[in-house]
Ligand binder design. Structure first.
Ligand SMILES: [Zn+2]
Length: 344
């Protein structure tokens, strides 16, 4: 058992105006990601997000052209060449995968959930999310089959404008290409380094360590393992999901999506309780890296103050350093309780 959860406790000294300008210390932590070695700052601040005014965003979106609404989708969106997707668009139930006009990678899709222009976060259930995730998975599996040079796959989601989405109409973005993104490359390098240095499997050791400590353990859903990330990526603590039995995209089955979506829906409900109504999700998969496990991350997104400032600023943008206002451990109990409360 050699997974290291390293952190440096530090503090800054000030003369505090709220304590009569007496000498005071403001504590913070510098944490090291146990897999990638990346660092980030974790504070202990009394932050509580205010409920955002979603209605104004929905109203504004109604005044702007939406290419994903059913009456214009066929005409206003592109189609894939026949050799990529026969028929041009991949459809599953109410969901359609179409090409992304802003191609993030060689194969870049947009999966429109359904005819509904807006799905409130509380209505994001396994039932409402299933078609879109299944269509995205089938799209990636099709690419895996037709282009052997492609090794890196992901299903991505910006939910609502504070998470970067320019279109309110719910959609996923499945991507596939030959070059990993920084995060996937660091995960692969970290897992290979761990195997070399410890003659062990990082993911198995990590899950065992987290289950034993219980500090960040959220729960399990079918074959998926859920945890508050030791080093969050976002302004509020984020959640990671691991598929311990799934190394490659080819091993990810349609059946695996249901427990994942059940877990995701419960995490989203927990974030709603924290007044979070916007988020990013990414699910990462590879073609053939024996040290890898399919995994996903759910990052809450928000405009932290009433002035509407971004939750991403110079630390993340220019230093590639995350900062998180309170620790994952401080909210883990709440998340674990909500995650395990209502067995469906
Ligand atoms: Zn729409």
């Amino acid at each position: 058992m050699t997974v290291s959860f390293r952190k440096i406790q530090s503090s800054a000294r000030i003369l505090n105006p709220f304590k009569g300008h007496a000498l005071d210390e403001l504590p913070f932590e510098i944490r090291f990601d146990p897999l990638t070695g990346e660092t980030g700052r974790v504070f202990d601040l009394p932050f509580k997000a205010e409920k955002p005014r979603i209605e104004a965003i929905i109203e504004r979106s109604g005044e702007i052209f939406c290419p994903f609404c059913p009456e214009v989708l066929e005409k206003s969106t592109p189609a894939f060449p026949e050799d990529i997707i026969p028929g041009g668009r991949l459809k599953v139930g109410r969901a359609s995968v179409i090409p992304n006009l802003v191609p993030f990678d060689q194969y870049a899709g947009v999966t429109v959930f359904s005819d509904e222009h807006y799905i409130p976060m509380e209505k994001l259930t396994p039932e409402t999310m299933r078609d879109a995730f299944l269509a995205s998975l089938l799209f990636l599996k099709r690419i895996e089959e037709i282009d052997l040079t492609v090794r890196f796959f992901s299903i991505n989601w910006n939910y609502m404008p504070p998470a970067g989405s320019s279109i309110v109409h719910p959609h996923l973005q499945p991507n596939a290409g030959a070059v990993p993104t920084n995060h996937v490359r660091l995960q692969l390098e970290g897992a290979a380094r761990y195997a070399r240095e410890h003659q062990g499997d990082y993911w198995a050791d990590f899950i065992e360590a987290e289950k034993r400590s219980k500090e960040r353990y959220v729960g399990e859903m079918g074959s998926t393992f859920w945890i508050m990330s030791f080093l969050p990526m976002s302004f509020l603590p984020d959640v990671s999901c691991i598929f311990p039995e799934r190394r490659f995209l080819s091993e990810l089955r349609e059946d695996d999506l249901l427990p994942f979506l059940e877990g995701l829906a419960r995490i989203l409900r927990a974030y709603l309780e924290e007044n979070v109504s916007s988020f990013n999700v990414a699910l990462f998969a590879v073609r053939d890296a024996p040290n890898f496990r399919i995994n996903a991350r759910i990052c809450p997104r928000l405009l932290p103050r009433p002035i509407g400032n971004s939750d991403i600023a110079f630390p993340q943008m220019l230093h590639r350093e995350s900062f998180t206002v309170y620790s994952p451990e401080s909210v883990c109990g709440k998340f674990r309780e909500l995650f395990n409360r209502n067995s469906r």
